[in-house]
Ligand binder design. Structure first.
Ligand SMILES: C[S@@+](CC[C@H](N)C(=O)[O-])C[C@H]1O[C@@H](n2cnc3c(N)ncnc32)[C@H](O)[C@@H]1O
Length: 212
């Protein structure tokens, strides 16, 4: 009996590591947006414990009254927390390439009576916004789903105000997880400079300033 429990306890992390490695290898060669049915799988109690939505909004430097853009909200848990922190004077625009994700966010926004979220279908490569129109842009476990990162970052650079901030939060549990040093190198070659790194290997946030 004891051995059986031990095998089960060992099998869970080993299965996770094997699956994670296989998915990472596939994703390294073939990038595509997360299927929409996965949105509820990644929004689970364990994740919300490791990466609490309200604390994440604070960590990102969200302040009441800002105009903020989110890329890739998934099912919107972090979107709602960010909108609450922005308050009635602030505005959160959130875009996803997958229409079903936007439908989920719109549904949740309405159900919770939140009025400062504008959720739309759009691609990070081609954002339907004016130049220099946001104080802050953030992405949570999204950047490595985008095949052409320089093209997306050029677009984020365009829509950020000159004093604007670009924020990435990444979790090791995500098969697309980039190492912080690798992501910093990529972003710093594209006219952003690292202002702050918060967190550790398993869950970190990088905050960049628009540098020119
Ligand atoms: C792994 S999910 C993360 C969802 C959410 N940010 C979270 O942390 O729970 C990545 C999201 O990015 C979206 N996405 C991927 N590529 C995109 C692109 N080029 N433009 C906009 N959204 C994109 C996907 O549709 C998906 O909703």
């Amino acid at each position: 009996m004891f051995l059986r429990i031990l095998y089960i306890l060992l099998a869970i992390p080993i299965t996770f590591i094997i699956l994670h490695t296989i998915i990472r290898i596939i994703r390294y060669f073939y990038k595509f947006p997360m299927p929409q049915w996965m949105a509820n799988v990644i929004d689970n109690p364990l994740r919300r414990r490791i990466q609490p939505p309200d604390e994440t909004a604070i960590r990102h430097g969200i302040e009441p009254g800002m105009r903020v853009l989110e890329i890739g909200p998934g099912n919107g848990t972090y979107t709602l927390a960010t909108a609450r922190r922005l308050g009635p004077e602030g505005e959160l625009v959130t875009v996803d390439i997958e229409p079903k994700m936007i439908e989920r966010v719109q549904h949740r926004t309405k159900a919770e009576g939140i009025t400062n979220i504008d959720a739309r279908v759009a691609d990070a490569y081609d954002l339907p916004f004016e130049n220099e129109s946001f104080d802050l842009v953030y992405m949570i476990t999204v950047i490595n789903e985008i095949p052409n990162i320089p093209q997306a970052l050029a677009e984020l650079h365009r829509v950020l105000k000159s004093s604007g901030t670009l924020v990435f939060s990444e979790l090791f549990m995500d098969p697309d997880y980039p190492r912080a040093a690798t992501l910093t190198r990529k972003v710093e070659t594209l006219n952003f400079s690292l202002k702050e790194k918060i967190g550790k290997f398993f869950y970190y946030t990088l905050i960049f300033e628009k540098s020119k």
